[in-house]
Design a protein around this ligand. Structure first.
Ligand SMILES: Cc1cc2nc3c(=O)[nH]c(=O)nc-3n(C[C@H](O)[C@H](O)[C@H](O)COP(=O)(O)OP(=O)(O)OC[C@H]3O[C@@H](n4cnc5c(N)ncnc54)[C@H](O)[C@@H]3O)c2cc1C
Length: 381
């Protein structure tokens, strides 16, 4: 047995995901990156293949998989060769829809989760604001109660799937004076009057990914747009953070492994001073160090997933996995690029994209500093 965590069924699933990504996604990567977009059709195709509902039960069209199916999927996602694609897909099925599934009404699940699993709808999780990122409790977008529902006013930024998505799972303030206890979640159709894509953001890395700034101006929502209980939004977000962090960690591990695999192949081929550069101890030892760090990141990520899958407290482990795996992926991408020499900087080689796509991971889904804060607080308890 190769791993105590993955069964033969997980590995068969992993192989099918890899095949799909290598045959149907990666060949388009250069074009989607330069066009700065992911065509909607690929979501439909993933829906047909059952790849957008891994954790959802078959009754709603999901695959009925467990957390290790999800981890195998996330580790494979970087085979798409696009960090932005990994983010878009992970947000769709493990973030935007998760809240609706965990806390929403049957009607909300029917209207938003089922089409998301089929790939007909694309979801975004809209939490971050221009003045409230790490400090989620400081967010100011308001949802005010009216006789017939809610009116939303505010702005969101850095929202993955924000410009091309079909709906937002939106965090908004429902009690102005209650801090974290005054936030609620809503489901907002992207075409609701008053919702506007203020800007598509140009960024370092994740080029194909849609990252947007959104504005909400007197957006009228029906009463049943509220997801779960009023004022429970912060708690819902905190609960879901463990899965979010695990997603980042598993994608980072997959991306570091792939980057190393490709760099090793290059280092065996590329010759200098009459021999393959991998035979220089400086190169070989560097790759050995990176492989060791990547394996450690993977084991920590799998351990965190195991705790989460067994309903054991996992805040510490998921935070450590997110911190260590994303920082490791960043280091791997940087040091692997060095092994390519000048070719590492050229767009026709993979190292440049690995390098820029590894960068956002230590910022999104909670920065490395915030992860350290959480871990340190746990140590003091
Ligand atoms: C490409 C991309 C995609 C994203 N996708 C989404 C999305 O889909 N949905 C969404 O809601 N958000 C999304 N985000 C937002 C992301 O979650 C935030 O950028 C992140 O949480 C940090 O918030 P901030 O950018 O406002 O930084 P700030 O919170 O302003 O932090 C700035 C710096 O201060 C540090 N800092 C802040 N507080 C502390 C503290 N207490 N202790 C130590 N250091 C601290 C931070 O670590 C950071 O280095 C995305 C961001 C990017 C870049």
């Amino acid at each position: 047995m190769d791993s105590v965590y993955f069964t033969p069924d997980h590995e068969t699933f992993r192989a099918s995901v890899r095949r799909f990504l290598e045959q149907e996604v990666a060949p388009h990567a250069d074009r989607w990156e330069s066009e700065r977009r992911i065509p909607r059709g690929i979501f439909r195709r993933m829906g047909e293949l059952g790849l957008l509902g891994i954790l959802f039960p078959p009754e709603v069209g999901g695959a009925g998989g467990d957390l290790f199916h999800a981890v195998a999927f996330l580790e494979e996602l970087p085979r798409s060769r696009m960090g932005g694609f990994c983010a878009a897909v992970a947000v769709q099925q493990f973030m935007a829809t998760r809240h609706i599934w965990s806390h929403g009404s049957e009607e909300q699940k029917r209207r938003w989760v089922v089409p998301s699993i089929e790939g007909r709808a694309v979801g975004a999780l809209a939490v971050t604001e221009p003045d409230a990122g790490s400090d989620v409790a400081a967010l100011r977008t308001r949802a005010e109660r009216r006789a017939d529902g809610w009116v939303v006013n505010g702005a969101k930024t850095f929202i993955t799937n924000g410009a091309d998505g079909t709906f937002f799972t939106l965090a908004a303030r429902t009690a102005p004076d209650r801090g974290a206890g005054g936030l609620s979640l809503f489901v907002v159709p992207a075409d609701a009057p008053g919702v506007r894509v203020a800007r598509r953001l140009e960024k370092l890395g994740w080029h194909c990914g849609d990252t947007a700034e959104l504005s909400f101006e007197d957006v009228r929502l029906p009463a049943d747009a509220l997801v779960g209980e009023e004022h429970a939004g912060f708690r819902y977000l905190m609960e879901a953070f463990q899965l979010e962090r695990l997603c980042s960690a598993a994608i980072a591990v997959g991306s570091a492994r792939l980057c190393l695999e490709e760099t090793l192949a290059y280092a065996r081929e590329r010759k200098a001073f009459g021999r393959p550069i991998v035979e220089f101890q400086a190169v070989g030892h560097r790759l050995a160090d990176l492989a060791t760090a990547t394996e450690a990141a993977r084991q920590l990520t799998l351990h965190a997933a195991w705790r989460l899958a067994h309903d054991l407290p996992a805040v510490r482990e998921c935070s450590m996995a997110k911190l260590f795996a994303t920082e490791t992926a960043k280091r791997v991408a940087d040091e692997c690029l060095q092994c390519y020499g000048g070719y590492g900087l050229m767009e026709e080689y993979p190292a440049a994209r690995f390098f820029r796509d590894a960068r956002p991971h230590t910022i999104v889904a909670g920065t490395s500093e915030i992860m350290r804060e959480i871990i340190a607080r746990r140590m003091l308890e």
